[in-house]
Design a protein. Sequence first.
Lengths: 336, 534
Amino acid sequence: MKAVVPLLAVLALTFAAWLGAGWDRVEPLFGVILPYGAVVAFLGGITWRVLFWARSPVPFNITTTCGQQYSLPWIRSSRLGNPHTRWGVAGRLMLETLLFRSLLHNVKHEWVGGEGDAPRLVYKASPGLWIGALVFHYSLLVVFLRHARFFLDPAPRWLYGIEEVDSYFRVGSVAFFLTGLMLTSAVLYLLLRRLCTPWLRYLSLPADFFPLYLLLGIALTGGLMRYSLRIDIQAVKNFCVNLARLHPAAASGMGPLFHVHLTLVSVLFAYLPFSKLVHMASLPLSPTRNMPGAGRMAHHENPWNYPVNVHTYEEYENEYRGKMKAAGIPLDREAP
Amino acid sequence: MTESSKPEKPAKVPFDPRPRDWLEANTKFAPGRWSYSAKPKALQTLGFPNPREWSPDQEDWKLPANWKEIILQGLRERLDRYRSLKIFMDACVRCGACADKCHFFIGTGDPKNMPVVRAELLRSVYRGEMTRSGRLLGRLAGGRRLTPEVLKEWFYYFYQCTECRRCSVFCPFGIDQAEITMLGRELLNLLGLNINWVMDPAAKCLMTGNHLGITPHAFKDNLEFFADTIEEITSVRVDLPINKKGADVLFVAPSGDLLAEPGIFTLMGYLLVLHQSGLNYTWSTYASEGGNFGLFASHELMKRLNAKIYAEARRLGVKWILGGECGHMWRVAHQYMETMNGPADFLEEPVSPITGTRFANARSTRMVHIAEFTADLIHHGKLRLAPGRNDHYRVTFHDSCNPARSMGLLEEPRYILKSVCRHFYEMPAETIRERTFCCGCGAGLGNEECMELRMRGGIPRAQAVRCVREKHGVNLLSCICAIDRAVLPTLMEYWVPEVGVAGLHELVGNALVLDGEKERTANLRGEPLSGGEA
């Protein structure tokens, strides 16, 4: 159910775009309004989301310390796991953002033995998710950058470099982009992992499957257009350049598959700020990762810190004065 | 709790995905897995809402009529006050990295004990009540409405979390279930849904200065009893400065160390080190608690209980503060204290008068951990040690959650241990340092009634101890947390018999050679030393 409904949603989007492509009246909806709307929703949504987060203060330094603290000069502190300087914090965040460092250390627990011997709890390295996530995110990034070719005329020099490396393996006369395959495989892995691991299937929501189906649809339509149907690249480029120059033209002559591709991409962009996909923006703001671990070293201000009702020493001494006196404990005042 | 309600041992714990859809709130309060409700008297003392007699396993929780409004308003306020909450509500991708990092999930197999799902219990309400998509699409958007059933589920599972933060180490975004549990419990507290094992100690702490309700004269009596014991063992009479104005340092320990074994031996260790170092220090009967059960109820209560430490330091005119071995006490001291009750500008930057070491890492909060203090003394050769006196122990070290993951106090205790005993062995790497496993009883769950939960939550730790027991013959589990000292003996007795539990400073106290002491024939527990060890 959780996995089926989002699949139906993506299929519905696909059919709508397919049908809309052939119908002149609604074509601008898919070719013009949706792409622009998606960009506006994406930029506006991300900005709104980050401002929404930033509006709330960080009242306490709640760093999760993952290593030795900075303390005595002869003890080596963990500069990245438990940074005490801004540079250390920057390094920690960079490693998290670029290399998914916490995920790299992932392990899974397992019970072994049990026949005659009491079962044992052991921990095994579990790098699958880390590898899957790295492959997925980086190939998505490269695929995204490669698409700049369609929007920039002339294409910038750095693009040629990316394409050259990416198409190292040639299939016949066609440049074969490795990242496309990597992206598709990674999405499939992430999807199958969710579907086949019982506890993961249990905790997953429709919102976890929807973006995976979207990405899969995007990758498949993209691949089909490039390797199988060989649609008119020049027409696509003209359309995209015009879109980028804010002179949208009708997306005719490229076939329904292009519409489907464009529609799914637009939906992904528009959906991103309002879904779990905002994690791309939240990581640098995560309060357990973006502050120095040395909490006792510098003052941290809580803007809403308010006075509270305490039981004062005076009240305490008033209650226990006689007994404190009898026990020979020093008093502030001999009588109330 | 009877023996029969503890889990069968040793057990493989199966994953048990029932009901299949976690959005279905249908909580059965299983015996041995929940804690008794707070007594009205404790709530009245603390000024907390809705004091009444009730029990979680009964149908009627006697909620105020506008309970839903109170929770939603409370959630809105907290979203405005804590960026952490907003981000932790929005950013989770449910990748599952945290799932089996929780000792309660490993020990119970209950899928709602996966940190991600425990957090989703709150997130789903956030989505279903506060976001447009959630209100519109409901379950399709992972949203649900706040119902009494959901409230019961919150109570059941937010009190099956020890706020140990292990999940946040593995989360690629640092999402911290402890923060969600803390704020979730804060919400429950608005309706008077709290547990006695948290609220009763907190109420006592507010009025008497410590969780156990030890009155000033009893406090002095206890210290004197320990001084007598020390005198019997060493022939040296240690000083017992109490509420002394003009001392250089205020010493604050968890009150658990004053009451029960093996904590009292740790306290004797403090007394010995402080005496031998010649530090001009004082105890306080008013600030007689380093621990802070307010942390397990609400930020405000945490601040109210913690305020005494700075207030007392100011009243006594000390230069800085020294803190004993306690886990959650150090969470508060390291991450909250100075923000809540500072600035500590009336104190001085801590400097050890014995070694001249400046504790630069504590220059703002001005509170030093006794492991930092003692490690510095040992490093400078200021303590004469006879580690052979601990030769009957083969020791391993349990990193307590908070000093490990909310501070990073990892090497100091190890340095001390290696200096005061000769047989030290580490548990498997996945179970120590920042990846340490909780004792299973923190955050107010160390009570008798949730014994099954405790024994299950302690499985990962017990399994790691068993590993070094079999490999190296380890017979002592050392730690730097008063809750550990209170609960680990039960856990060891149940899963790994013949392994004892001791605080770090008990071992220091055993090994420390005092000026003018007689030849010791017994350790701090009064157990005879076999000859030739000194």
